[in-house]
Design a protein. Structure first.
Length: 255
């Protein structure tokens, strides 16, 4: 039979919405809850007599609850870019590592997520994407992807917050495991038109935006969400550019 605290943790793990729950501990105990993208926004811990009681007042899931980029951006520090000293691709671990240990590298995971009409290489357990169709978010174009020496580059995987930008806005202070997670985080990755990914380089919202204007709201909102998740800062120009986009009527309707 589950104890009160086990029931509370079980309910918390299942929930993707706000909830209120309390659990009493009959003896001294420590509760550790690891919940992916769920963040505890507030909690209180009190000790009535010899018992421990934890009350979870509110939780918000990045995948289930509404993310408000206009509110979230105000939680981020604003300062200049740090030097690029020490930056390299290897500072983020091996390129396209299989961080979720599903047998497929991250590039193929994102191609599988973002493409349609996919065909896989034989005997790869539906892992290596050989071909597919991308509705490119950056341009709005439909692009046929075909794996090959001359054709693979037509579709590239973009880091929504570029690795170099992340390095210069705080992730240089993080350990290798965190940087590796950042480089392979699906939230920070999009399959896009290769030439536009190259054009973007390590630009932020102040220096580069997708030509497909209807996608810009989603694009900068995602940048804010990523920077919040990894505790990165913004430059003043970057913040101003993001707020200009988010304050446009079409974006306000989306948010």
């Amino acid at each position: 039979m589950k104890s009160n605290w086990q029931k509370a943790i079980f309910s918390l793990l299942k929930s993707k919405i706000e909830l209120k729950h309390s659990a009493a501990f009959s003896s001294q105990a420590t509760a550790i809850v690891l919940i992916g993208s769920i963040a505890l926004t507030s909690f209180s811990l009190v000790s009535p007599s010899s018992k421990y009681q934890i009350e979870i007042l509110q939780i918000a899931s990045a995948s289930g609850a509404e993310f408000d980029p206009i509110k979230a951006i105000e939680t981020l520090a604003v300062k200049g870019r740090a030097p690029k000293t020490g930056y390299s691709r290897s500072a983020f671990g091996p390129a396209w590592a299989d961080v979720d240990r599903n047998g497929c590298d991250t590039r193929n995971d994102i191609l599988k997520r973002d493409l349609t009409q996919i065909t896989f290489r034989a005997k790869t357990k539906d892992c290596v994407v050989e071909s597919g169709v991308l509705l490119d978010p950056f341009s709005g174009e439909s692009i046929n992807f075909q794996r090959g020496e001359r054709t693979s580059a037509l579709v590239q995987i973009d880091h929504v917050v570029a690795l170099s930008n992340a390095w210069q806005t705080g992730i240089f202070k993080s350990d290798l495991a965190t940087r590796k997670s950042f480089a392979n985080d699906p939230l920070n990755l999009l399959a896009v038109k290769g030439s536009l990914n190259s054009q973007k380089g390590d630009g932020d919202a102040a220096t580069w935006l997708p030509p497909n204007k209807p996608f810009r709201c989603n694009y900068v909102s995602r940048q804010v969400e990523i920077k919040v998740k990894y505790n990165l800062w913004l430059t003043r120009a970057e913040k101003d550019a993001i707020l200009r986009i988010l304050s446009n009527p079409p974006c306000l309707k989306q948010n």
